[in-house]
Design a binder for this molecule. Structure first.
Ligand SMILES: O=C(O)CCC(=O)C(=O)O
Ligand SMILES: [Fe+2]
Length: 396
């Protein structure tokens, strides 16, 4: 084997089925209910600090074991046991038009601390998106087909110049991590301090999400101001799944109409209105994405109580729904092209049942409260160790 090729091979490793299908689904749920516009055009991202800032710190929990396993694997493969810190963890999805040309991951002065990279594929080429193949410029393997559960780890330096082909269709979802030897870039220390202030400030001990500034959710092809044609990401994700939003607050009360997104709302489908109120758009989106991610379990549950929570929309309510839709979904066609290939979309049109949806809400509450208790208990240990790790509470 040529020397260069050997060097390239030791600098990268493909891990098949590194992340279980359940873990992939859980991270997909988190991303689809929390993502903001990303760091480059047509890319959406969910960082751990953003989850904390939007009062969803408990969503860090599913990342912890994966992060830990991945760090151990990177340390073992590159022979640097106990030397590494996680520098960044984030979910990134790439929609139509997104791509990245040849680069190494440490190629900017402010990225020099990145020593190793890990990209985990949470959905699959072919099934969930087209385009988006990963290529290394030199050595083998030269092309990677992103498949759900697989991960690729590589040194972040010029031995691993790589690129991602343009996404043609669908939403390509990854979990990306960078590792460093430099403790001053340890993500854990920053996250622990953010968690402390967020959980300390949360007097109601509530796990209901709080949206960030509306500009963080505004998608437009030009990626700039809110006046441009585009859409609110949360609104669009609900729209492609067939939901409409009804706000009881009169929009004329607002100087800046985007403040409405912080207000309570109800969900509707066709001419039906679900009576339960959600505290804000993120709350509604979380519940809907949870329903999607748990569709098989929810479908299997028996509901024999008649659903009294649904009423018919009045004409006035229908008008209000349409007029707000024009504000937050200025380009509904674009929203469909960006998000409508989600696995759940077709299913939802055929089999939607509000009674099952009500079951999903109860399941979501149980899920969220369990994660919330988990983060409260874990934080005590993380604080002492100055490190985020999987605390096992099994043995009492
Ligand atoms: O998503 C991928 O396959 C790689 C992404 C990448 O190269 C980067 O974000 O630097
Ligand atoms: Fe990269």
């Amino acid at each position: 084997m040529a020397e260069e090729e050997e060097e390239a091979q030791q600098s990268r490793l493909i891990l098949n089925n590194f992340i279980s299908p359940q873990e992939c689904k859980q991270l997909e749920f988190i991303h689809k209910s929390s993502s903001t516009v990303g760091y480059r055009p047509n890319v959406f991202s969910t960082t751990l600090s953003h989850l904390i800032a939007t009062n969803s710190p408990h969503f860090l929990m599913p990342f912890i074991p994966i992060r830990e396993r991945l760090k151990e694997k990177v340390e073992e493969f590159f022979g640097c046991q106990y030397e590494l810190f996680v520098e960044f963890t984030g979910l990134i999805s790439w929609s139509r038009g997104a791509s990245i040309g040849w680069h190494s991951d440490d190629n900017r002065p402010y990225l020099r601390q990145r020593h190793f990279s890990a990209v985990c594929y949470l959905n699959s080429y072919g099934d969930d998106f087209s385009g988006g193949l990963f290529h290394f410029q030199d050595g083998e393997p030269s092309t990677i087909l992103p498949l759900r559960g697989d991960a690729v780890i590589y040194t972040a330096d010029s031995r691993n110049v790589h690129s991602v082909d343009e996404i043609i269709d669908g939403e390509r979802l990854t979990l990306a991590l960078w590792f460093t030897r430099d403790s001053s870039h340890d993500e854990d220390a920053k996250l622990i301090s953010l968690l402390e202030s967020s959980l300390h400030g949360n007097r109601l001990n509530s796990w209901l999400p709080l949206p960030a500034s509306s500009s963080m959710y505004w998608y437009s092809l030009g990626q700039s101001s809110e006046d441009q044609l585009g859409f609110d990401i949360c609104w669009a994700r609900l729209h492609v799944l067939g939901f409409d939003l009804l706000y009881s607050q009169d929009e004329s009360c607002y100087f800046d109409i985007s403040e409405l997104l912080m207000e309570p709302l109800q969900l509707a489908r066709g001419n039906e209105l679900f009576e339960q109120e959600f505290v804000n758009i993120l709350h509604a989106l979380q519940v809907v994405q949870y329903y999607c991610s748990k569709a098989p379990e929810v479908e299997a549950t028996k509901v024999d109580v008649a659903c009294s929570k649904v009423v018919l929309l009045s004409e006035l309510q229908q008008k209000r729904i349409s007029s707000l839709k024009c504000v937050f979904l200025k380009d509904a066609h674009l929203a469909k092209t960006v998000f409508s290939r989600a696995a759940c979309v077709e299913n939802m049109q055929q089999i939607f049942d509000w009674r099952k949806f009500a079951v999903a809400i109860a399941m979501w509450e149980g899920y969220a409260s369990e994660l919330w208790n988990g983060i409260l208990r874990s934080l005590r240990y993380w604080r002492v160790q100055h490190s985020i790790f999987n605390v096992s509470f099994d043995e009492k």
